[in-house]
Design a protein around this ligand. Structure first.
Ligand SMILES: C[S@@+](CC[C@H](N)C(=O)[O-])C[C@H]1O[C@@H](n2cnc3c(N)ncnc32)[C@H](O)[C@@H]1O
Length: 353
C-alpha cells in the first residue's frame, strides 16, 4: 500500500500509528527537531491538572506551558479552563515553531490522535486497539464541545499557506482514502487568554508574573534537555544521546520550578517513555544504574527491547529523584510504548518548605 512507502520516509516516533501528522507538519528546519503536538494529549492528566487549578486557585492563576510547540496544548488547557482568570502562557525555545504557532492556524486530520474532534464523525487510529469501527464516547463529545467553544473553523484556502511541510502533507492527503482535513483558528474573545512566547524552560526560575503561577507544564520534551533519545536508539539503533550529569541538571531545574510555582501549585510532565526512563552515561554513579532489562520499562516479548537489553539506564529517573525532594506526585498516567503500559507520575504538587 502507498502509505507504507510514505511511512518509510517519515521520522515516525510511534510505529503503532500509520502516520505522524503532527511530526510531519511541525519540523524545525534549523534543528530538524520534531515538534509534534496534538489537542488534548494525555487528556486524563490535563483534566486532573485543570481540576487541581480550579480547586486550589479559585481566584485564578497563570499557567505556564513550556514546550508549547505550535500551541495545541495551550488551547487544550484553555478549553478546559475557559474562565479568563486563568491565563495560559506558552513558551517554546524554537523560533520557527513559535512563528508557525503565531500564524494561528490549526488543523484536524482524520486518522490522527485528535481526529475525534472532527465534527459529525469519530475516526479511530488504525491499530489503536479500539477496533476498526468509528467510535464515539461521551467524553469525546464533551471535549469536542469544549474545543468548538474556543475554536472556529476557517476555510482551507485561508489555511493552506500556513502549512509547514506541504510535501508530506500532500503525499498523505492523496494517499489516504477518505482523508478528512479541517482548519481552525482561536475565537477572538479567547485570544488574550492564550499567549505564545520564546522561552527556555531552564530559565523558568526567572519568570515574574502578577498572578500566582498555579502550574508549569513541560510535557514530552524533557529528553531535549539531556539528549535522552530512547526511541531513536530502540527503533533506529542511533548512538546514545550526549553525556551530561542528569542528576545535577534536574536538581537545578527542580529548584527553579520550586521558586516559580506558587504554594500547592503543580508541575506537569508528559507520558512519553523518554521522560521517565533515562540512559546512564559515564557520569552516572555505579549504584544508580542498571541494565535496561532490569527496569520497569523492559518487556522481553518485544524484539527491539531484547536487542537493547543490556544498555545501561538509570534505576530511578533522575528527574523523579530531584522532584521527590520538593514535590509530591498527586496523579499518575501511563507510558504506552511498543505494546507496553507502565504507570508513571505526571502531576507533582509543590511541597511547602
Ligand atoms: C515533542 S514537542 C512537545 C509538545 C507538547 N508539549 C506536547 O506534549 O504535545 C517538544 C517541544 O519542546 C520544545 N523544546 C525543546 N527544548 C526546550 C526548552 N529547553 N525550552 C522550551 N521548549 C523546548 C521543542 O522546540 C518542541 O516544540
Amino acid at each position: 500500500m502507498q502509505i507504507q512507502s510514505i511511512n518509510a520516509q517519515i521520522p515516525i516516533r510511534n510505529r503503532s500509528n500509520n502516520l505522524s501528522f503532527g511530526g510531519v507538519l511541525h519540523i524545525d528546519r534549523s534543528t530538524n527537531s520534531i515538534n509534534d503536538s496534538w489537542f488534548f494529549r494525555d487528556i486524563d492528566t490535563l483534566e486532573a491538572a485543570s481540576e487541581h487549578l480550579r480547586t486550589v486557585f479559585p481566584e485564578g492563576a497563570n499557567v505556564l506551558v513550556y514546550a508549547s510547540s505550535t500551541g495545541e496544548e495551550n488551547i487544550s488547557l484553555k478549553a478546559l479552563l475557559p474562565d479568563s482568570k486563568y491565563k495560559v502562557i506558552g513558551y517554546d525555545n524554537s523560533k520557527e515553531i513559535l512563528n508557525l504557532g503565531k500564524r494561528g492556524v490549526y488543523s484536524l486530520f482524520s486518522h490522527w490522535y485528535d481526529s475525534f474532534l472532527l465534527p459529525n464523525k469519530a475516526y479511530v487510529l488504525k491499530d489503536s486497539g479500539k477496533g476498526s469501527a468509528p467510535y464515539d464516547t461521551r467524553k469525546n463529545i464533551s471535549l469536542r464541545e469544549k474545543f468548538n467553544r474556543i475554536m472556529k473553523e476557517i476555510p482551507r484556502a485561508d489555511a493552506f499557506d500556513n502549512i509547514n511541510n506541504k510535501t508530506y502533507y500532500k503525499k498523505m492527503k492523496y494517499s489516504i482514502p477518505h482523508f478528512v482535513e479541517k482548519f481552525y483558528c482561536i475565537r477572538d474573545q479567547f485570544k488574550s487568554d492564550i499567549d505564545l512566547r520564546l522561552g527556555n524552560v531552564l530559565n523558568v526560575g526567572d519568570v515574574k508574573t502578577q498572578r500566582p503561577v498555579g502550574a508549569v507544564f513541560f510535557r514530552n520534551a524533557i529528553y531535549h534537555l539531556c539528549g535522552n533519545n530512547i526511541d531513536e536508539v530502540l527503533l533506529f539503533n542511533h548512538p546514545k544521546g550526549h553525556v551530561c550529569d542528569k542528576q545535577l541538571l534536574f536538581d537545578n531545574f527542580v529548584n527553579a520550578l520550586h521558586k516559580t510555582i506558587a504554594d500547592d501549585g503543580i508541575f506537569v510532565l508528559g507520558n512519553s517513555l523518554k521522560e521517565h526512563l533515562f540512559w546512564a552515561d559515564p557520569t552516572t554513579p555505579k549504584d544508580k544504574k542498571a541494565f535496561f532489562l532490569n527496569t520497569n520499562f523492559f518487556n522481553k516479548n518485544i524484539d527491539i527491547h531484547m536487542n537493547h537489553a543490556i544498555e545501561e539506564c538509570y534505576i530511578k529517573s533522575p528527574l523523579e529523584e530531584a522532584l521527590s525532594k520538593k514535590f509530591i506526585p498527586i496523579y499518575y498516567s501511563f507510558v504506552e510504548s511498543f505494546g507496553l503500559k507502565v504507570k508513571v507520575p505526571t502531576i507533582w504538587k509543590k511541597i511547602r518548605i
